[in-house]
Every structure is written in structure tokens, then in C-alpha cells.
Write a protein that binds this ligand. Sequence first.
Ligand SMILES: Cc1cc2nc3c(=O)[nH]c(=O)nc-3n(C[C@H](O)[C@H](O)[C@H](O)COP(=O)(O)OP(=O)(O)OC[C@H]3O[C@@H](n4cnc5c(N)ncnc54)[C@H](O)[C@@H]3O)c2cc1C
Length: 453
Amino acid sequence: MFDLIVIGGGPAGYVAAERAGHAGLKVLLFEKRSLGGVCLNEGCIPSKALLNSAKIYEKAIHGSDYGVEIEGARIDHAKVMKRKAKVVDMLVGGVGAKMKKHKVTVVKEVATIVERNADGFVVEAAGENYVAKQLLIATGSVPVVPGIPGLKESVEAGYTLTNREILDLMEVPDKLTVIGGGVIGLEMASYYVAAGSDVTVIEMLDHIAGQTDTEIGLILKKSLEKKGIKFMLESKVTAVNNGAVTYEKAGEVVTLEGDKVLLSIGRRAFTESLGLDKIGVETVRGTVPTDALGRTNISGVYAAGDVNGKSMLAHTAYREAEVCVNTILNKKDYMRYNAIPGVIYTYPEVASVGETEATATQKGFDIKTVQLPMIYSGRYVAETEKGEGIVKIVVDAKYDRIIGVHMIGSYVSEMIYGAGLMIETELRIDDIKELVFPHPTVSEVIREALFEL
Ligand SMILES: Cc1cc2nc3c(=O)[nH]c(=O)nc-3n(C[C@H](O)[C@H](O)[C@H](O)COP(=O)(O)OP(=O)(O)OC[C@H]3O[C@@H](n4cnc5c(N)ncnc54)[C@H](O)[C@@H]3O)c2cc1C
């Protein structure tokens, strides 16, 4: 008999197990594939390992701009993949060690919910039943595969890849077509163009990078185009035939021949065959709705991470997991979504938190915005030739506090948590002006921008 059964060993599941184990609960964690889930095995971490190599390559080929002459720089894809595997192994091993440290029982099997009886929730795996008083659903998400003619066959034949296969691809395709210009598509396009692929991104919308601030999205597009990525916007894919992708753009039908296709049009919550119906847990289009405390409609059943369909980011999953555990422990906590950072780890990086001008206006905020080029930062200028970075700040004019920060440039992924902190703690503009930022850093541009308001 366990206090808590966690189904799914990704960021939501392993963090919940770790925190609950640390608090003294008897915890059982089920994972059917590999601890660390999508994030560690086929998402955040392997993609960042690849992108780091692309960044080093970019710096090398532009070394001359900085007085460093490097000849013959090229990506050795096999080595990059080997290093990626080492990084993943190390981190997955680290999660296993944490489970041991916090006395979490790990069962590497598919878990299925059987029933709720007088003892608690019964979960079956590999023919054995396990019981716990509380249950946390952390089964994550899988790629969306739409019903485009030929797509399923192309996936089965190994021409169309999802994030899982592209992060394990041992050969660089000569021609790669990316369906979907969102975060995953842009990150993978960035690596493969650096590795030598001829990359085309097909996007249905008139812009890339989803909800990203419009201007920042345009700067990013321009900068990725300079690296050789081609974009087909307002283009709808209508058929896939092995590696060939047919799309319609302004009434014209075009077929793009290629070696591999990356499908990156989004992800959906994964709850199939889990048995949620056996205990009456409500699902909406496959997601498990939760309240701000991580509770589902059934008392004692919680859900965290991609499966609730709210944010689909690893750091959101961590925090939701903590909220669920605190709720179980009767500790006051709740989930807030207004200051969750989002990053695109391309080169240059994009980082955002809070409202964009568009969402703030939609929500009825009376806003002021300010924008500065990154060249206001001495460090940025010292380190960046031909940089087009900007910071844009959205301010709630009524209370004179920041409600959104959007950046493109260097180090922004590491700076954005500071902006999140300002939003979360509701600092007023005058409070932030009193803070001392280290000099010279790119972060100074945030503070500097506030004096332009
Ligand atoms: C290419 C890519 C790059 C990404 N990059 C980033 C990034 O840079 N930053 C970021 O924040 N997010 C990123 N994400 C998103 C991030 O990976 C997810 O938000 C995160 O993994 C969600 O965590 P989770 O625990 O909810 O689910 P998952 O990581 O999906 O884990 C769920 C786990 O549950 C297991 N499981 C499911 N059903 C069962 C069952 N019945 N029994 C046993 N086990 C089961 C699965 O095997 C899986 O391991 C990226 C995603 C992709 C695809």
C-alpha cells in the first residue's frame, strides 16, 4: 500500500515523486519508457545539446568578425549525436539516483488504472496490482499526427519523423522539410541547417514562432533566413508522399521533394488506454482538466504536466507537480500561469514572459510599451557583430508595473526568469529602477528601457 502512485516519469512525474518522497510519503512511480520523459529523452535536453553544437559552429564560421580565424569549421553529426546521448544518459541516471535518494519505488512498466476500492486506487502493471490512497496522472503528451493523405504511411516508412526520431537521426538529410514553424520546428531547422541540410519550413500561419511578439518573430525569421532556412508561410500541407510534401499557397499547389520530413505541428495530451474512465476522471479532448491546486474532478486524483493541456512546458510541469504534492500534504499552494517564461533556443535566442501587446490589449489592460535595441547594452555590442536584438516591455499603465517582457538576442534565456520575478512579485517600475544590475551585462537593457517610459 502506497501513499501516492504517480503514472509517468517525465518532469511532472519525477518531480512529484521526488518532492513527495522527500516529504516522507511512500511513493510508487510508473514509467513505461525512460525516466525523464519526453524532456530528458526526446525533447528539451537532447535538442539543446544539438543546438549548442550549432551555436559553436555559427560562432566558428563568423570567428573572423571577431578577429579569430577558423578554417574548415564543420559539424561532425555523429560526434554531436554521441555527445547528446551521453548528456541524456547522465541526466536520466541523475533522475534514477534522485528516486533512490527519496525512497521512491520505480516500476518500469505500462500502468493502467483498474478501479477505486475501499483501500484506494488500484493500478495494474505487468500483471500485478498496486494500491495507493492518492493518484497523480503525469502521462504527458505525444505529437499530433493529422489525417493528411499519405502522412501516416510516410511516418511508417521512416520518411516523416517526429521529435523522437529526428533527435536520433544518424545521418544529416540533404533536404529536410519541416511541417510547422513553431518552437520545435524552428529549433530543429536551426540545428539541421547548421549541420548541412537544405531546410524548408512550411507554416500555415502568416508568421513563425506561434504566439511570440510579432516584431520579434519577424527579426527571428530574418535571422534564420540568413542562415539558409527557407520559409513557406500561409501554406497548407495537403499531401505527403514518402519524403515529398505537397502544399497549397494562395491557390497554387507546390510539391517539395525531400529526403526527410519533420512533423512538428503541435502535441496533444496522452491519456489513451489509461483507464481514467474506470474511476470517473473527466477528460476534455484527451486532456485531464485540473484546478489551481492540481485536483481533477475526482477527490484524491491529481494531474500535472502536459497531460492537463495548459502550458506544455517542462518548467510548468515541475511547478504543477509541486502544487499537487503540496495539496496532498495540506500545504497552502496554488498554480499561477501569468509569469511562465517561454524560450526558443535558436541562435539568436528568443525569450518571453507574461503578456504581449496583443494579449494585454485583448484582456483590456491599459498598456504602455517600451522597446530598446540590445545595442544599449555595452556587453551586447562588445560581443555581437550585426546583432538585431531587442527588448520590449509591456507595462500596466494603471499600476505602473511590468506585465510582459519579450526579448531576442544573446543570453535572453538566462535573463528571462528575472523578468518573470518582476511580474510575479508585482514590482512597480520605480522599484525596479532602484535595483542594481551587474555591468556590463545584456540584462541591463531591461532596466535601461524603463527610463524610456
Ligand atoms: C523536441 C522538444 C523540445 C522541447 N523543448 C523544451 C524546452 O526547451 N523547454 C521546455 O520547457 N519544454 C520543452 N519541451 C516540452 C517538454 O518536453 C514537456 O513539456 C515535458 O516533457 C512535459 O513533461 P510531462 O512530465 O508532463 O510529460 P512527459 O515528459 O511527456 O512524460 C510523460 C511520461 O509518462 C510516461 N507514460 C505515459 N503513459 C504511461 C503509462 N500508462 N504507464 C507508464 N508510463 C507512462 C511516458 O513514457 C513519458 O515518459 C520540448 C518538447 C519537445 C518534443
